[in-house]
Design a protein around this ligand. Structure first.
Ligand SMILES: NC(=O)c1ccc[n+]([C@@H]2O[C@H](COP(=O)([O-])OP(=O)(O)OC[C@H]3O[C@@H](n4cnc5c(N)ncnc54)[C@H](O)[C@@H]3O)[C@@H](O)[C@H]2O)c1
Length: 357
C-alpha cells in the first residue's frame, strides 16, 4: 500500500516525538510491505516564526491532498504574549475547522504494569478501558469571536451548535459504542444549558436507531467526579467540545501520564488527523525525555482509521504494551522499579517488539 502522510511536527516536544513515530512507521512499512511517503508542513509557533501565521494556506492545501495528517503538538511560552490571531493554538483550531474534523476519538486504556503510576488507587483503576468521543469543531471554541465590551468590563464568548453538528458526533459515538461493549454515556449540562437540552433530545432520538446500545445521561460535573472514583462504570463517553477537552485530560490520570494518550480527529469523508492528547510540554522539550507513546499510538490509530490497516495498528499497540510490560518506561511515569529510558531508547524497545512478532 502507498500512502501520503503530511507531517506537522509543531513545537516543544512535537518534533522529537514525531521522529519516533516516523521510525515506527518505517518499521511497519518494512515489516508489512507498505510505502509511507512523508511530506513536511508548518503549523503553530514554528509556522509563526517562518511564515508569519500559525496555519499557512500551504499547510491546508498539503493536508487536503494527503491521505492523513500526523501532528506533534503546538504552543509554548515564546508565543504566549502574541495577539490571539498569532497564537500557535489558532493553527490547531484552524486545521480542525479547515478539514472539518468533527469527531475526536480518545481511547483511554491503562496498562497493567503502570497501574501504580497513577495517583489513583489500584483497585479503582485496574481494568478501566474507555473511549471519549468529543465534538471538535463547534461549541464555545468556535462561537462568534470573543469580545470585551463596556471598556473591558464585560466579556462574551458564544456557544454555538447546529443540530447537524450535534447529530453527526452523536451518531459516531453510537457507532463506536456498537463496536465496544455497547454502553454509551452522554455527558451534558442539561439542567442549565439550552445547547445541552438539545443535545440530550438528539441522543434520545438517535438511540432508537441503535437499540442494542444502552444509553445513560450524566451531567458533566458528576461525570468529572465519577471518572476518577469509578472509571470502570464507563465504556464510550460522548460529549461536546469543551467538556470533552477537560474530561479527556482528567481521564489521562487513569493511565499514569498524559504522554500515553493518543487521539484521532476524523472528518465525514475526508482526511483524518492524528495527534497525542497532550500539548507541547515546553518544560521538557529538547531533553530526549518525553514519552513517545501517545504519538506512536496516534500513528497506530492513523493506520486503522485512515488506511484500514488493522493488523499493522494492532502490531504497534501490542509492541507498546509488551515494551511497557517488560518494565520499560519514560520519566513522566512514576513507577517503582523497571527501567527509565530516554525518548529514543523507549522507541527502540517498541521497535524491537514489532520486528520480533
Ligand atoms: N494539541 C496541542 O497541540 C495542545 C494541547 C494542549 C496544550 N497545548 C499547548 O501546549 C503548551 C503547554 O501546555 P500545558 O503545559 O498546559 O500542557 P502539556 O500537555 O504540554 O503538559 C502538561 C504536563 O504534562 C507533561 N507532558 C505532556 N506530554 C508529555 C509527554 N509526552 N511526555 C512526558 N511528559 C509530558 C508536561 O511536561 C507537563 O508537565 C501550551 O502552549 C498549550 O497551549 C497544545
Amino acid at each position: 500500500m502507498d500512502k501520503q502522510i503530511l507531517i506537522l511536527r509543531g513545537d516543544g516536544i512535537g518534533p522529537e516525538i514525531m521522529d519516533q513515530a516516523i521510525r515506527v512507521l518505517h518499521t511497519i512499512g518494512e515489516t508489512f510491505g507498505h510505502s509511507f511517503h512523508l511530506t513536511d508542513g508548518l503549523i503553530g509557533g514554528a509556522a509563526i516564526d517562518e511564515a508569519g501565521t500559525p496555519l499557512p494556506e500551504e499547510t491546508i492545501e498539503k493536508a487536503k491532498s494527503s491521505d492523513a495528517v500526523l501532528l506533534g503538538a503546538v504552543g509554548g511560552p515564546k508565543w504566549d504574549q502574541n495577539p490571539s490571531n498569532l497564537r500557535p493554538e489558532r493553527g490547531l483550531l484552524g486545521i480542525r475547522k479547515a478539514l472539518d474534523l468533527y469527531a475526536n476519538l480518545r481511547p483511554v486504556k491503562g496498562f497493567k504494569t503502570l497501574t501504580d503510576a497513577s495517583p489513583l488507587k489500584r483497585e479503582v483503576i485496574e481494568g478501566s478501558d474507555l473511549l471519549i468521543v468529543r465534538e471538535l469543531t463547534g461549541g464555545l471554541y468556535f462561537g462568534r469571536p470573543s469580545e470585551r465590551r463596556d471598556n473591558g468590563n464585560v466579556v462574551v464568548d458564544t456557544l454555538h451548535y447546529t443540530k447537524n453538528e450535534m447529530t453527526r458526533i452523536i451518531k459516531k459515538a453510537f457507532e463506536s459504542a456498537e463496536l465496544r461493549s455497547k454502553k454509551l454515556t452522554s455527558v451534558d449540562k442539561a439542567n442549565v444549558l439550552e445547547s445541552s437540552k438539545m443535545w440530550r433530545e438528539i441522543v434520545e432520538t438517535e438511540s432508537k436507531n441503535y437499540p442494542d446500545v444502552t444509553v445513560e445521561h450524566v451531567l458533566v460535573d458528576a461525570c468529572a467526579m465519577k471518572l476518577i472514583t469509578s472509571p470502570k462504570d464507563f465504556d464510550t463517553i460522548v460529549t461536546e467540545n469543551m467538556f470533552g477537552d477537560i474530561l479527556s485530560d482528567e481521564a489521562s490520570v487513569l493511565t499514569g501520564s498524559l504522554g500515553m494518550l493518543p487521539s484521532a480527529s476524523l472528518a465525514e469523508n475526508g482526511v483524518g488527523l492524528y495527534e497525542p492528547a497532550h500539548g507541547s510540554a515546553p518544560d521538557i522539550a529538547g531533553q530526549n525525555i518525553a514519552n513517545p507513546i501517545a504519538m506512536i499510538l496516534s500513528a497506530a490509530m492513523m493506520l486503522r482509521h485512515s488506511f484500514n490497516l488493522d493488523a499493522e495498528a494492532t502490531a504497534i499497540e501490542r509492541a507498546v504494551e509488551q515494551a511497557v510490560n517488560n518494565g520499560y518506561h519514560t520519566k513522566d511515569l512514576q513507577v517503582e522499579g523497571g527501567t527509565c529510558l530516554s525518548t529514543t531508547d523507549m522507541t527502540d524497545q517498541i521497535i524491537k517488539q514489532i520486528t520480533k512478532e
